[in-house]
Design a protein around this ligand. Structure first.
Ligand code: ATP
Ligand code: MG
Length: 421
């Protein structure tokens, strides 16, 4: 009896080899880009204690209230969570390993993140982020570096039309002042609030401004502005940041409604958005989170950072991509008992010489092997029969141009395929 097929979990995607090409191109670009700015890689586990996220992201946030994959470890009763984002774990690791002892840190990480959201275009339950964090840097020079480097990445990926929305949340006191004014305003319009906003009104009123419900848009547009409550220091450093961005030629617009979904932000916050993406338009978001290190048990240290949504950036790269995937340098065709063994050895020698080689496996006649060679996208077929095996040579046939097949030693074949002959 045929067994029932098992499918992947909703909202969690496979990346098939054809599409993985684009991922690899993205990853290569990103690695070079991070190196160019002196950021170093940090890798943390995908599972963390639930408490880490509750304490850092905040109890009254979408992520902690309804999006986290949390479960009890049956072996010891501990509550664990699949990471919904990377900043908390990064900061945990920095504290745990005392990295700030050696001075300020420029770090990056990437990998899958998990949020139980409604799957739709640009929104998945397992998605991927590249995160960039700078810890121990107090000034707006590092915020400016972060935004300048994003602008460079969009260019390196060949994506245009990504725009920067910028705001500042001020210090804790200015947010408290604003919060009182906002609650007053929202309470006076309580009948017009949707269920989510009503709940947030008491627990985390700034989050009402984050609402994606179009019916809330008008009410939000009329809300008091945080800008009017900002403290001197935050205002001055926000001015600084804007000046630095102008100097680096990074365009931005001030969006006083931008409050970001997580609790830990203060000071400058931002989102990079692209209107070609539809409703899920943010490709990158971040800002300053000076209180977080202390909040999760470290010595107070200023910090800021951002995360890129890889799937959304890839969707924009696909827009203008269309570059064919490169095939291997050579496909090794082998026929006959002696040739089979000899061919496997030759393939290793070609790889020693720096070539990418696909070795034909699974037998078949010469014609069907040549078909496979062609389909592989290889530039050359390296052919060995029992003749070649006996003579210790190979035949090299160009597959992408009309040129003669030639007999050659393995080292001549390497030079020829590398284009040195
Ligand atoms: P959104 O407003 O789209 O829900 P967010 O504010 O929850 O985003 P962050 O936590 O700031 O997102 O994550 C940074 C980036 O990660 C986002 O700008 C987006 O590109 C990407 N991202 C977040 N959630 C998802 C998801 N469920 N699926 C795909 N990408 C996501
Ligand atoms: Mg979200």
């Amino acid at each position: 009896m045929k067994s029932k097929q098992i499918q992947a979990i909703r909202g969690m995607n496979d990346v098939l080899p054809d599409e993985a090409q684009l991922w690899e191109r993205f990853e290569d670009t990103v690695r070079d880009w991070l190196r160019a700015y002196g950021y170093r890689n940090l890798r943390t586990p995908i599972l963390e204690k639930t408490d880490l996220f509750v304490r850092s992201i905040g109890e009254v946030t979408d992520i902690v209230e309804k999006e986290m994959y949390t479960f009890v470890d049956a072996l010891n009763g501990e509550s664990l969570a699949l990471r919904p984002e990377g900043t908390a774990a990064c900061v945990r690791a920095v504290i745990e390993h005392n990295l700030l002892y050696a001075g300020p840190q420029r770090l990056w990480y990437w990998g899958p993140m998990f949020r139980h959201e409604r799957p739709q275009k640009g929104r998945f339950r397992q998605f991927h982020q590249v995160g960039v964090e700078a810890l121990g840097f107090p000034g707006s020079d590092i915020d400016a570096e972060h935004l300048t480097m994003c602008a460079r990445l969009w260019r390196a990926l060949g994506i245009d039309g990504i725009e920067l929305d910028l705001n500042t949340l001020g210090d804790a006191q200015s947010r408290a002042r604003y919060r009182r004014r906002l609650v007053h305003y929202l309470e006076s319009h309580e009948r017009r609030l949707d269920a989510d906003s009503k709940r947030r009104l008491r627990a985390n009123p700034l989050r009402v401004l984050d609402s994606k419900n179009p019916e809330m848009a008008e009410l939000i547009a009329g809300a008091p502005k945080l800008a009017d409550d900002l403290d001197e220091v935050s205002l001055r450093s926000f001015e600084d940041l804007q000046e630095l961005l102008r100097e680096s030629g990074v365009a931005f617009r001030i969006n006083s409604r931008l409050v970001r979904g997580l609790d830990y932000y203060n000071g400058a916050v931002y989102e990079w958005v692209c209107d070609r993406l539809g409703a899920q338009n943010a490709v990158c978001a971040g800002g300053r989170y000076d209180a977080l290190v202390e909040q999760i048990g470290g010595k107070p240290a200023p910090a800021c950072g951002y995360a890129l949504g890889i799937e959304r950036l890839l969707a924009l790269m696909k827009d203008g991509a269309g570059r064919p995937a490169p095939g291997p340098d050579a496909y090794l065709v082998r026929q006959g008992a002696a040739a089979e063994r000899y061919g496997a050895r030759v393939a290793e020698q070609l790889r020693d010489g720096g070539l990418a080689v696909v070795l034909h496996c699974g037998g078949g006649n010469f014609k069907s092997q040549m078909k496979r060679a062609d389909a592989s996208g290889a530039r050359y077929a390296v052919i060995v029969g029992d003749d070649e095996a006996a003579a210790g040579v190979v035949s090299v046939k160009p597959l992408r141009e009309a040129a003669q097949q030639v007999r050659a030693s393995v080292s001549e074949a390497i030079d020829l395929i590398k284009g040195k002959a």
